[in-house]
Ligand binder design. Structure first.
Ligand SMILES: [Zn+2]
Ligand SMILES: [Zn+2]
Length: 307
């Protein structure tokens, strides 16, 4: 047997990054090229609102092995409008009285029929899922918690859209796992098979079990290399990695965020998905080749990336 037949070619797929963000405005082509040279075979670029979703679609159009997910992140749930249920003019969503940062600005900036716009974008053949959508109850320095009622409505609209287009969901969850599971159970008939994935998995083992029971895949990022337990969490991400079965894991970077060790502090890039994959292999005590092979198979299957 020659060396060539022994060596498997690496095939890692980054299922969640944001090359459409400002941090990459100058060099995304270079970053994509470097990732492919490093052994990454496919990259999925994710939108978080209408304009970044548009940008992601535009980037994927011209480039091979670059795919797109379009959606509204819960942080932006208060910046879109919901078409009126009574027909006629779309209605601007408002935060409850007493909350700040409301209305006039959003009225001017909003895309009144965001669902239709998202649907239009999602019909592009390079769009492989709806997301990142979901719920987020974490109090960030830069982002107040968006009214949970709004978050919920925007999330449900996207579950319905994913069902209509027969696309999987890519779900963002931070400290909102219970509510997300409740919503998904209430909308079980709207979930396709497989229904999608939870990106940047966090939470405890009980939550992970529920996610797996509903048929979802789970994505891990560079933060699994960080020491200790993140603020507000109860379970070490390393334990979630050990518990999650390999046939349900996909690997991601969330670039430019969540840079893995030993590069923490720098801008994250899709080629570091290989570092995350190797770290998963170490945590599970299995060869990296196995992680590479299985997680690539999972991503190709979940997002139907074989074209
Ligand atoms: Zn996210
Ligand atoms: Zn993200």
């Amino acid at each position: 047997m020659t060396l060539e037949t022994l060596e498997r070619v690496q095939t890692m797929i980054d299922v969640h990054c944001h090359l459409n963000f400002h941090a990459f405005r100058r060099d995304y082509d270079e970053v994509i090229k470097r990732a492919f040279e490093a052994g990454v075979t496919k990259i999925i670029n994710v939108g978080t609102k209408i304009d970044s979703s548009e940008k992601a679609v535009e980037l994927a159009k011209e480039r091979e092995n670059l795919y797109t997910i379009v959606g509204i992140h819960p942080h932006h749930a208060d910046k879109v409008t919901i078409p009126s249920h009574h027909g006629g003019k779309p209605r601007v969503t408002r935060r409850p009285i007493g909350s700040h940062g409301d209305s006039i600005a959003s009225l001017q900036n909003d895309n009144a029929d965001w669902v239709e716009k998202l649907e239009e974008l999602a019909k592009d053949p390079k769009v492989v899922a709806i997301g990142e959508c979901g719920m987020d109850y974490y109090r960030y320095k830069s982002n107040e918690i968006v009214d949970p009622i709004l978050q919920r409505r925007i999330f449900i609209k996207q579950i319905e859209l994913a069902y209509k287009l027969k696309l999987p969901l890519q779900i963002h969850n931070r400290q909102a796992g219970k509510d997300i599971i409740d919503i998904l159970i209430n909308h079980k008939s709207y979930l396709i098979n497989p229904p999608g994935m939870f990106h940047c998995m966090s939470g405890d083992i009980t939550f992970l079990k529920k996610v797996l029971d509903l048929g979802f895949y789970v994505g891990f990022d560079g933060n699994i290399t960080y020491k200790g337990i993140a603020k507000g969490e109860t379970t070490d991400l390393k334990d979630l990695v050990r518990y999650a079965p390999l046939d349900r894991i996909v690997v991601e970077t969330d670039s430019p965020f969540l840079t893995p060790e030993p590069h923490r502090g720098e801008r994250n890039v899709p080629e570091y998905v290989i570092i995350v994959g190797k770290y998963i292999a170490d945590l599970k005590g299995i060869p990296f080749d196995k992680v590479d092979e299985e997680t690539t198979k999972n991503a190709n299957y979940l997002f139907r990336l074989s074209f």
